[in-house]
Design a protein around this ligand. Structure first.
Ligand SMILES: [Zn+2]
Length: 232
C-alpha cells in the first residue's frame, strides 16, 4: 500500500473535518443543535416521568385497597366487641382493635408519602413540559437559519466526500477501516511522522524493533497508540 495514497486520504479527511467543525461552530447551528438536544432530553424525561407516574398510581391503588380491607376488618372487630362476654375475650378483641388501628395509621402514613411523591412528580413533569415547549419553539425559530447554513456548506461537503471516496480507491480496505477506527477513538491525525525516535502522535519512544521495521517499510504501527507512524 502506498504511503502517499494514505497521506492523501488523510489530507482530504482533515479538510472535511475542518469544514464540519466550522459548520458546527456557526452560531445558528450551535443554537439549533442545543435546542434539539434540550428537546430530546425533555422528551426522554417525559417518558421516564410517565413510567414513574404509572408506578406510583399502582402503588397508591394497592395501598388504598389494603387500607379499605383493614378498615372493614376494624369495623367488624369493633362491632364484635360488645358481644364478647368474658374478660379475656374482651381484652383480646381490644388488643386486636388497637393493632388494626396501628396498621391503619402506618398505611395512612405510606399513602401520604406516595401522595407527596405524586405531587412532586407532577411539578417536575410540568417543568419538563415547559422546558420542552420552549425548546420546541427554539428549534422551530432557528431551523430556517440552520438549513440555510447547511445549504451553503453542502456543496463543499459533497465535493470532499467524492474526493475522499476517490482517494479511498487507492488505499486498502484494511487501511480505511483502521483509519476510521482510530478516528472514532479520537486518535487523529491517524498518520503521524516519526519525531526523533518517538511516535508523532502519542510521543512514546518506539522500540528498536519498530524502528527496524521503519527501515524496511514506509510505516509502522505505534504499539502504544496504534497510529500509523512514517518517516517524515
Ligand atoms: Zn503512538
Amino acid at each position: 500500500m502506498e504511503l502517499s495514497s494514505m497521506l492523501a486520504y488523510q489530507e482530504i479527511d482533515k479538510e472535511r473535518s475542518k469544514l464540519e467543525s466550522e459548520f458546527m461552530q456557526t452560531e445558528c447551528v450551535r443554537e439549533y443543535n442545543a435546542a434539539k438536544k434540550t428537546l430530546q432530553s425533555a422528551t426522554e424525561q417525559v417518558v421516564s416521568q410517565n413510567a414513574a407516574a404509572g408506578e406510583l398510581v399502582k402503588q397508591m391503588q394497592t395501598l388504598i385497597a389494603e387500607y379499605d380491607a383493614l378498615e372493614k376488618e376494624l369495623k367488624e372487630a369493633e362491632s364484635a366487641l360488645p358481644e364478647v362476654e368474658d374478660l379475656d375475650g374482651a381484652e383480646f378483641f381490644s388488643r386486636n382493635v388497637q393493632k388494626l388501628l396501628q396498621q391503619l395509621k402506618t398505611l395512612a402514613g405510606e399513602i401520604n408519602k406516595v401522595s407527596t411523591k405524586i405531587v412532586e412528580l407532577n411539578q417536575a413533569h410540568a417543568a419538563t413540559m415547559a422546558a420542552g415547549k420552549n425548546a420546541k419553539q427554539k428549534v422551530a425559530s432557528t431551523k430556517e437559519a440552520y438549513m440555510a447554513e447547511r445549504e451553503k456548506v453542502m456543496p463543499a461537503v459533497e465535493a470532499l466526500k467524492k474526493k475522499l471516496e476517490e482517494a479511498a480507491k487507492s488505499c486498502s480496505e484494511k487501511f480505511i477501516a483502521e483509519y476510521q477506527r482510530l478516528k472514532q477513538a479520537k486518535k487523529t491525525p491517524v498518520l503521524v511522522p516519526l519525531s526523533g525516535y518517538n511516535c508523532g502522535g502519542c510521543f512514546m519512544e518506539l522500540s528498536g524493533d519498530a524502528l527496524t521495521v521503519l527501515d524496511n517499510s514506509p510505516y509502522v504501527i505505534c504499539p502504544n497508540c496504534g497510529r500509523i507512524v512514517y518517516r517524515g
